[in-house]
Every structure is written in structure tokens, then in C-alpha cells.
Ligand binder design. Structure first.
Ligand SMILES: *[C@@H]1O[C@H](CO)[C@@H](O)[C@H](O)[C@H]1NC(C)=O
Ligand SMILES: *[C@@H]1O[C@H](CO)[C@@H](O)[C@H](O)[C@H]1NC(C)=O
Ligand SMILES: *[C@@H]1O[C@H](CO)[C@@H](O)[C@H](O)[C@H]1NC(C)=O
Ligand SMILES: *[C@@H]1O[C@H](CO)[C@@H](O)[C@H](O)[C@H]1NC(C)=O
Ligand SMILES: *[C@@H]1O[C@H](CO)[C@@H](O)[C@H](O)[C@H]1NC(C)=O
Ligand SMILES: *[C@@H]1O[C@H](CO)[C@@H](O)[C@H](O)[C@H]1NC(C)=O
Ligand SMILES: *[C@@H]1O[C@H](CO)[C@@H](O)[C@H](O)[C@H]1NC(C)=O
Ligand SMILES: *[C@@H]1O[C@H](CO)[C@@H](O)[C@H](O)[C@H]1NC(C)=O
Ligand SMILES: *[C@@H]1O[C@H](CO)[C@@H](O)[C@H](O)[C@H]1NC(C)=O
Ligand SMILES: *[C@@H]1O[C@H](CO)[C@@H](O)[C@H](O)[C@H]1NC(C)=O
Length: 377
């Protein structure tokens, strides 16, 4: 048996490949190299030094610091990952062979800053030991169809997190209130799971949030008024849940909001006038709820508002003047009067004229609606 004594710590890579060998471990005496071999992930080394393998970057001390963009053959003996304790970046995304449960030894990777296991076949729960990875800034586990169980409360230990993406999985149970500890979080994606229970009021502590997407779950209860504290929020997606109660008026404090989609819930009560405060709003979708009352005149003052869907509610009264001007507007399936006193070109007149019973306007439809009112006049 040919044994080569190699100082892996210095990351030496200048020795010759032996002409024959019995054990590939002969290449290296380092624990990390052994772990990589034992894992079975790469079959046998194609290089004499694991630091030279494609997708692997070692640090100056010769330890594996990054594993990225690898097309693994299989997840193999995944426990071996715990040996690579100096890893800062682990990105095994889009890997069809990455299967099985997340190994408990993942808890050993306390230096991880970036963990991306999106679009794989990992299954079972997110282990509570994820809470050990206290240096994580970016955690992406999206689009793992077999990832189930509930979000472990220990996720709240990851205080440095800036981006958390758990969307398009099969996660169940409530959103843990400990999520409110993630004060540096800027992106929170929980879309398309089976999360239930209510949105924890602690969500209001996430002062750095820019995007919050909890759409397409089974969340119920009311929207906590504490969302009014998310002063930097630009996008709020809560559509397709079972949220009830009314839209909190504190939404008027979110002056950075550009997109609001709360459609397809059970929201009651009026559309808060405070929405008129959201001067950067371009997209407002509140369709398929049980909203009552009139459409607030304040919406007319939102000059960059391009898309408004208030369809399938129980809104009544008149459509505010000029609301339709240069906007895509869907007001169908309400109890609106469908009368207006003025229109873009002074048509119809102050007596008011009826639009089509559906009251559905789009930019494309605007021309024909305009023609309609002209004809009536
Ligand atoms: C690794 O190399 C050994 C010896 O050459 C061979 O028997 C084995 O099949 C190889 N394994 C893989 C996964 O390529
Ligand atoms: C965890 O990392 C340490 C080195 O920091 C190592 O000695 C130990 O074997 C690792 N544990 C596991 C389970 O891999
Ligand atoms: C998670 O999925 C596995 C199969 O991958 C199944 O055995 C287990 O019961 C599921 N757990 C939950 C909580 O649904
Ligand atoms: C939050 O982010 C800021 C700016 O990036 C950084 O200075 C601070 O240390 C972070 N806080 C935590 C707990 O990571
Ligand atoms: C909100 O955004 C402003 C401007 O980008 C930034 O200076 C501020 O730190 C942000 N606030 C928080 C709590 O992240
Ligand atoms: C939410 O749904 C659960 C059942 O999934 C129920 O027990 C709970 O009372 C509901 N809460 C509210 C506020 O509707
Ligand atoms: C929300 O629904 C739950 C159960 O369906 C009900 O008990 C509660 O009163 C509702 N809340 C509001 C504010 O409508
Ligand atoms: C409207 O926004 C301003 C800041 O832009 C804020 O001070 C005020 O409280 C908001 N009003 C309401 C009703 O939310
Ligand atoms: C308007 O909303 C209704 C009900 O939500 C929907 O069926 C229809 O397709 C929408 N119309 C347009 C033009 O988007
Ligand atoms: C619509 O609201 C009226 C009261 O304004 C109420 O009588 C009616 O039941 C509501 N319709 C639906 C479908 O909720």
C-alpha cells in the first residue's frame, strides 16, 4: 500500500498522482479529506488535493471553507458534513441527488454564513439544531417538496439573518413568535406552505424588513396592527390565506410600500382611508374578501398607483371620480352604484350614467367603457 504523508494544513498540491493505489484515503491524512471521501459524494477524488476539487474552496489554513455549485452524485453519508466545521458557505442548491433528512451533524457548522439547499429532495423536518448556526446571514431552503414538519422556534436564535426563504415547501404548524427576534431580517419568504395559526404580532419587531411574503398558506386570525412598525417594508404579500378581521389602519404608516396583495382572504370591514397615505403604492390587490363600505376617495390621490383589484367584495356607493384614470381597475362583483359624475373627457355629465353591470375596468377596457359612456350621453 502506497502511503503519502501530506501536510493538508498547508494545502500542498504539488505531489505526483500515484500510478496505482488501493485506498483513495492514501491521498490524504486530513480528516476533512477523509470525510469527503467517506461521504461518497464525489466517488473517488479526481484530484490529489481535495482543495482543488471543483466547487470546493479552502481557506488559508487548508480547511474547506466553501462548497458551492456542486452536482453531487448522492447525499451519501451526510453525517460527514459535520467534520467540515470551518465551512462558511454551503450551496448545494438545484441538486437532484441531494436526498434524505438534514443530518444532525449540521449543528457543527457554526461558522456558516450562507446555507442554500434550495431545489433539492431533502425531506423531513428542519432540525431544531439549525438554531446553532448563529452566524447565518442567508438561509435558503426553498422549493424542497419533501421538507415538512413545523418551523423550529430555534430559528429565532439566528439573529444575524438577513434573508430567510422557506417558501414552496410542505411546512405545517404556526409561524413561531421567536421570528420576531430576527431584527436584521430584510427578506422573509414563507410562501406556499401549509402554515396555520395567526401571524405573530412579534412580526412588528422586524424593523429591517423590505419584503414579507406569507401568501398561499392557511393563516387565520387577523393581521396584527404591529405591521405598522415595519417602516421600510416595500412589498407585503398575504394573499390566499384565511385571514379575517379588518385591515389595520396602521398600514398607513408603511410609507415605503409599493406592493400590497391581501386578496383571497376573509377580511372584513372597510378599506382603511389611511391607505391614501401610501404615496409610493403601485399595486393594490384586495379582491376576494368581504370588505364593505365605500371606496375611499383617498385612493385617487395615489399618483403612481397602476393596478387596483377590489373585485369580489361587498363594496357599495359611488366609484370615486378619476379613480379609473390611467389605471388597471377591477371592481367587478361588488354592490357599487357604477355611476360617475365626471369622466376623463367630461363624459358622462353630472347626472351620471351607468357603466356595464360588471363594473370591471382594465386599461384595455377603458376605451370601450369610454365609448359606452359617450354613447349614453
Ligand atoms: C473508487 O475507487 C475504487 C478503487 O479504484 C473503486 O473500486 C470504486 O468503485 C470507486 N468508487 C467510485 C464511487 O467511483
Ligand atoms: C465537529 O467539529 C469538530 C471540530 O471543530 C470535530 O472535532 C468534530 O468531530 C465534529 N463533529 C462531528 C459530529 O462531525
Ligand atoms: C414528512 O414526510 C415524511 C416522508 O417524507 C413522512 O414520513 C412524515 O410523516 C412527514 N411528517 C409530517 C409531519 O408530515
Ligand atoms: C445587523 O446588520 C448591521 C448592518 O449590516 C450590522 O452592523 C449588525 O452587526 C447586524 N446585527 C446583527 C445582530 O447581526
Ligand atoms: C430603513 O431604510 C433606510 C434607508 O435605506 C436605512 O437607512 C435604515 O437603516 C433602514 N432601517 C432599518 C431599521 O433597517
Ligand atoms: C385558526 O384555525 C385553527 C384551526 O386550524 C383554530 O383552532 C383557531 O381557532 C383559528 N383561529 C382564529 C383566530 O380563527
Ligand atoms: C375570525 O374567525 C374566527 C373563527 O373563524 C372567529 O372566532 C373570529 O371572531 C373572527 N374574527 C374576526 C375579527 O372577525
Ligand atoms: C402617514 O404617513 C406619515 C409619514 O409619511 C406618518 O407620520 C403618519 O402617521 C401617517 N398617517 C397615518 C394615518 O398612518
Ligand atoms: C376581475 O375580477 C374578477 C373576480 O375576481 C375576475 O374573475 C376577472 O377575471 C377580473 N377581470 C380582469 C379583467 O382581470
Ligand atoms: C353586504 O353588506 C350588507 C350590508 O352592507 C349585508 O347586508 C350583506 O349581507 C353583505 N353581503 C355579503 C355577501 O356579505
Amino acid at each position: 500500500m502506497l502511503l503519502l504523508a501530506i501536510n493538508m494544513a498547508a494545502c500542498v498540491s504539488t505531489f505526483a498522482v500515484p500510478s496505482s493505489f488501493e485506498s483513495p484515503i492514501a491521498f490524504s491524512s486530513s480528516d476533512e479529506a477523509k470525510a469527503l471521501l467517506n461521504s461518497g459524494w464525489w466517488g473517488n477524488f479526481s484530484s490529489t488535493n481535495h482543495c482543488d476539487l471543483e466547487g470546493i474552496t479552502c481557506n488559508d489554513a487548508g480547511s474547506v471553507a466553501r462548497m458551492e455549485s456542486l452536482l453531487l452524485l448522492n447525499w451519501g453519508n451526510s453525517d460527514e458534513i459535520g467534520t467540515l466545521s470551518k465551512l462558511t458557505h454551503l450551496d448545494l442548491s438545484f441538486n437532484p441527488y441531494l436526498q434524505g433528512v438534514l443530518p444532525p451533524t449540521l449543528r457543527n457548522l457554526t461558522r456558516l454564513v450562507h446555507l442554500d439547499l434550495s431545489w433539492t429532495y431533502i425531506e423531513g423536518p428542519i432540525p431544531s439544531s439549525i438554531g446553532n448556526l448563529r452566524n447565518l446571514i442567508h438561509l435558503d431552503l426553498n422549493s424542497n417538496y419533501y421538507l415538512n414538519g413545523s418551523i423550529p422556534p430555534e430559528i429565532g436564535n439566528l439573529k444575524k439573518l438577513s434573508e430567510l426563504d422557506l417558501s414552496f415547501n410542505n411546512l405545517q404548524g404556526p409561524i413561531p413568535s421567536s421570528i420576531g427576534h430576527l431584527s436584521n431580517l430584510t427578506y422573509l419568504y414563507l410562501r406556499s406552505n401549509q402554515l396555520c395559526g395567526s401571524i405573530p404580532p412579534e412580526i412588528g419587531n422586524l424593523k429591517s424588513l423590505l419584503v414579507m411574503d406569507m401568501s398561499s398558506n392557511s393563516l387565520n386570525g387577523s393581521i396584527p396592527s404591529s405591521i405598522g412598525r415595519l417602516s421600510n417594508l416595500t412589498s407585503l404579500y398575504l394573499h390566499t390565506n384565511q385571514l379575517n378581521g379588518s385591515i389595520p389602519s396602521s398600514i398607513g404608516q408603511l410609507s415605503s410600500l409599493v406592493v400590497v396583495d391581501m386578496g383571497h382572504n376573509n377580511l372584513h370591514g372597510p378599506i382603511p382611508r389611511e391607505i391614501g397615505n401610501l404615496s409610493r403604492l403601485t399595486y393594490l390587490a384586495l379582491g376576494r374578501n368581504d370588505l364593505v363600505g365605500t371606496i375611499p376617495n383617498e385612493l385617487v390621490d395615489l399618483h403612481v398607483l397602476e393596478y387596483v383589484d377590489l373585485s369580489q367584495n361587498n363594496l357599495s356607493g359611488l366609484i370615486p371620480n378619476k379613480l379609473w384614470s390611467e389605471r388597471t381597475l377591477n371592481l367587478s362583483y361588488n354592490r357599487l352604484d357604477c355611476q360617475i359624475s365626471t369622466s376623463p373627457n367630461g363624459c358622462p355629465d353630472e347626472e351620471g350614467s351607468s357603466f356595464t353591470p360588471s363594473c370591471s375596468f382594465t386599461t384595455a377596457a377603458l376605451e370601450s367603457e369610454y365609448e359606452l359612456c359617450r354613447t349614453i350621453k
